[in-house]
Design a protein around this ligand. Structure first.
Ligand code: BGC
Length: 432
């Protein structure tokens, strides 16, 4: 264009854009947590890997922070590892907190806004030994961790995610049994959801007492549940039920502080009312529901893990949450497994385009993830990064999708030129 400004297809100037990660998936080296223990059991992790090497970020954080700065990322969501901070009950490892201080200081010096999660699927083995999140003591123990972290790091961080995806955690741990401790029963699912919701609500207030300017929320995993056959009453009923059980109940308890009957009585220490400063949303996919199990629609666009790519769904779930819980929306995770980087730029483009066109108050977008990381029970195989990792050498290589995201941030939107360069030629694989 004549004045040198990029010719934008759409603007993302109202958004802060960055990437998201979780401690256990990147740090490496920690043997003191539930997922390390779980990975020792035969058959639990698809490729037999453990979180011990991951991306070695515990040692390579300087390199990773520099790379983020080079790409111009504006914000970064990371989590702190409880098992490092409190290796034994009540015993705080100040060296671990110092290590997080150094990293957070470098992040801020690079002009990147940190968003810190306090629990992202992993916790100390001793906490698991006490019953983990099924224990009625869990909220007190989590609150103690919260206070420790906010007191130690609150001068560097004001934006917090209390708990990542309670619904995914609870079903992995206690329904599907594909995460620790892997005991499958409804009572444990319910206890976990209840204790996590109590912990979040109490932590919300406690963080504000310690840090009045804080922004606090949780990262809710929401997906679209659509009947495989819209004329089939069973498919329709199952979709409604899945949605209510998997995400709506929890949103009411965690955001609204109102405990639905299925999660037990209203806790004495939680008063109904808003328990969020933003609505945190992790969005990946849509499920085609046909009964108890679900899958994808025939011929749908899918990623390497067979998950449907459905950008409109992000707006659908965000609109629904926003209607019930109005607040700025932070997309705390959105990403895709794409080892060949054959469609990730298109995926980013289409999700951002849907957000911008929606008219909803989206404020932040965190792409999952930065460097390819350890994908829980799927191990090292799925590649979600905008930066590729060679696990043997630990070498990082920025993918084209990383260059695309950097261009979007730098241009303040998707320019015609970067669309042509990175997106136009990309197509999605087609599922069964
Ligand atoms: C989790 C991440 C995970 C991602 C992709 C989300 O449910 O929060 O930890 O890596 O999905 O599988």
């Amino acid at each position: 264009m004549a004045d040198g400004a990029p010719d934008l297809l759409f603007s993302t100037r109202d958004l802060l854009i960055g990437t998201a990660t979780a401690a256990l998936q990147i740090e490496g080296g920690d043997r003191n947590n539930n997922w390390y223990d779980w990975a020792q059991l035969p058959g639990t992790i698809a490729d037999g890997s453990t979180p011990l090497r991951a991306t070695d970020h515990w040692n390579r954080w300087r390199e990773d922070t520099e790379l983020m700065a080079q790409l111009g990322l504006q914000t970064y969501r990371l989590s702190v590892e409880w098992s490092r901070i409190e290796p034994r009950p009540g015993e705080i490892d100040t060296a671990a907190l110092d290590r997080y201080r150094q990293e957070l200081s470098a992040i801020r010096e690079a002009g990147i806004v940190p968003l810190v999660s306090l629990h992202h699927f992993s916790h100390p083995s001793w906490f698991q030994g006490l019953g983990g999140w099924t224990s009625p003591h869990a909220p007190d123990l989590f609150l103690r961790l919260t206070e420790t972290v906010v007191e130690a790091l609150g001068d560097l961080v004001t934006d917090w995610v209390t708990i990542n995806e309670p619904n995914v955690y609870a079903v992995q741990a206690h329904l599907f049994g594909d995460g620790p401790p892997g005991d499958r029963n409804w009572g444990s699912v319910r206890a976990t959801l209840r204790q996590m919701a109590i912990a979040h609500c109490r932590a919300y207030h406690r963080i504000h007492e310690l840090q009045p300017e804080a922004k606090v929320g949780f990262a809710h995993h929401a997906r679209v549940f659509a009947p495989l056959d819209g004329r089939n009453p069973l498919h329709r009923a199952a979709s409604t039920l899945d949605r209510a059980l998997f995400q709506d109940l929890l949103a009411d308890a965690m955001l609204g502080g109102r405990f639905p009957r299925l999660l037990g009585r209203q806790p004495v220490d939680v008063t109904p009312g808003p328990h969020y400063d933003y609505v945190g949303l992790n969005y990946y996919s849509r499920s085609a529901v046909r009964g108890l199990d679900d899958g994808t629609f025939p011929g749908a666009s899918v990623n390497d893990l067979g998950w449907e790519v459905h950008p409109a769904g992000l707006v659908e779930v965000a609109r629904d949450l926003y209607r019930r819980y109005p607040a700025p929306i932070w997309v705390t995770e959105n990403g895709t497994a794409d080892a060949a980087d054959a469609f990730r730029a298109r995926f980013v483009h289409e999700h951002l385009a849907a957000m911008v066109a929606s008219g909803l108050p989206f404020e932040r977008y965190y792409h999952w993830c930065f460097v390819d990381n350890w994908e829980w029970s799927d191990g090292e195989e799925p590649r979600f990064g905008i930066v590729a990792l060679d696990y043997e050498t630990q070498e990082r290589t920025v993918r084209d999708s990383g260059r695309f995201l950097a261009a979007v941030i730098c241009d303040g939107g998707v320019s015609r030129a970067s669309y042509e360069e990175f997106v136009a030629h990309q197509t999605y694989p087609v599922g069964p």
